[in-house]
Ligand binder design. Sequence first.
Ligand code: NAG
Ligand code: NAG
Length: 380
Amino acid sequence: MNRNTLRILLLTVLCLFVQNETLNPAIADEQLLWVGGQTGEVHTYRIPLLTFTTQGSLLAFAEARKLSFKDKGAKFIALRRSTDRGVTWSPTSFIVDDGSLADGLTLGSVVVDEETGAVILIYALCFHRYHCKPSSTMMVQSLDDGFTWSAPRNLNPQLGLMSFAPGPGFGIQKRHPPAVGRLVVCGHGSITGDGVFCILSDDHGNTWRYGAELKSIPYNQRKNNLDFDPDECQPVELDDGSIVINVRNDKHYHCRCRMVARSLDGGESLPVEELVFDHTLEDSAVAAGALEKEGVLYFTNPASANSRVNLTLRWSLNLGKSWVKDTLKIWAGPSGYSCMTSLKGNETEDHKYIYVIFEKGQKDYFESISFVKVDLYSDQ
Ligand SMILES: *[C@@H]1O[C@H](CO)[C@@H](O)[C@H](O)[C@H]1NC(C)=O
Ligand SMILES: *[C@@H]1O[C@H](CO)[C@@H](O)[C@H](O)[C@H]1NC(C)=O
C-alpha cells in the first residue's frame, strides 16, 4: 500500500466516523399550536398533519372537533402556516367546515405536488356511516402555498363508495422510478372492511383510482383481538423507488409492534412476501410518523406496548433494517398521533432540522397539539 492509498483510506475512515458521530437529534424548539377547549368553537384538536411546501413554508393541519373529543361528530379542518421555518405561525384558519354532521370529517392526508406546487388535502366524510351513507372521499387543494383553498370536491364518482380514511399523515409524490410524479395517498378501510388501501393519481390530483391493498383477515367481518388488521399508515419513498408503509397493527397480530408493508411497483400492490413486523418499534396501536431524509429513516410514536405515553423519535441508518440504540424522548407524558416533515431547500437549516407535530397532554394525550423542531446535528 503506497502512501497516497493509505491517506485516502484514512480520510475515508475519518469521514465515516465523523458522519456517524454527528447525527445526534435534540429538541431545538417547541410550541403548542392548538389547545382544546379555549376558543369556544372547538372542544378538542386531534389528528395533526404537517407538511413542507415547495415555497419553503410549513403547514400544520388538525381536526377541530366542535362538540366533544370523540371521533364522530362535526368538525372544522384547522390550518396554521409558517413562512419562517416554524418560528412564527399564522392565526388558525378553518379551511373546511362540515356543519353539524353526526359523522363529520376525518383527517386525512396532505400531499404536495412538487411539479405544480399544489398542496392537496384528502379527507373522509361520514367515514363510520353513522346516521349517514355512503362515506365520501373528499379533496381540497391550495395553489398559493396554503393561503387559499378550493371548495371541497367529492372523489366518489372516481373512487366508488368504500369508506376510506386517508393517513393520517402525508401522501407522497414518486421521485424515483417506477411511476415518477405519481401521487400516492394511503389510508385504511372501514372498521369491518379494514386494511391498508392506497389511492393513486397520475395527473396531479385531477383523477384518482385505487391501487395497492393489504386487506384485514377475516375481511368484512367483525374483528377479534389478535386478528390481522392493518390500519392507519404512513408511506415513505426510499431512494430505490420502493414505497415503505409503516402501519398500525390494530389488533396486535403477531406482536405489539408496527407492521411494515412495501410496494415495489409504485403503489399498485403490497405483496404479502414483503410484509414484516418490526419488533423494535413497540406500539400500542396508534398512528405514527415516518420520514426519510438524506438516507436516514426516522420514526415517531408513543414508544410503549400498552399505553399512549413517551413520544419518542428513532432513526435508522439502514432504511429500517435496524434502529440506532439512542433515541430522543420528545415527551414522557401522555402522547398520541404524530407526523413529521422536513424542508428540501439549499439552506443549511434545511439539512439540519426535521419537524414533528404530535398530540400532547398532561393527563390525557388529546389536550393539545405541539410542534417540535429537532436539530439532527446538535453537536455541531
Ligand atoms: C416511559 O419511559 C420511561 C423512561 O424511559 C420508562 O421508565 C417507562 O416505563 C415508559 N413508560 C411506558 C408505559 O412504557
Ligand atoms: C439549490 O441549488 C441548486 C444548485 O445550486 C439550484 O439549481 C436550485 O435552484 C436551488 N434550490 C433552491 C430551492 O434554492
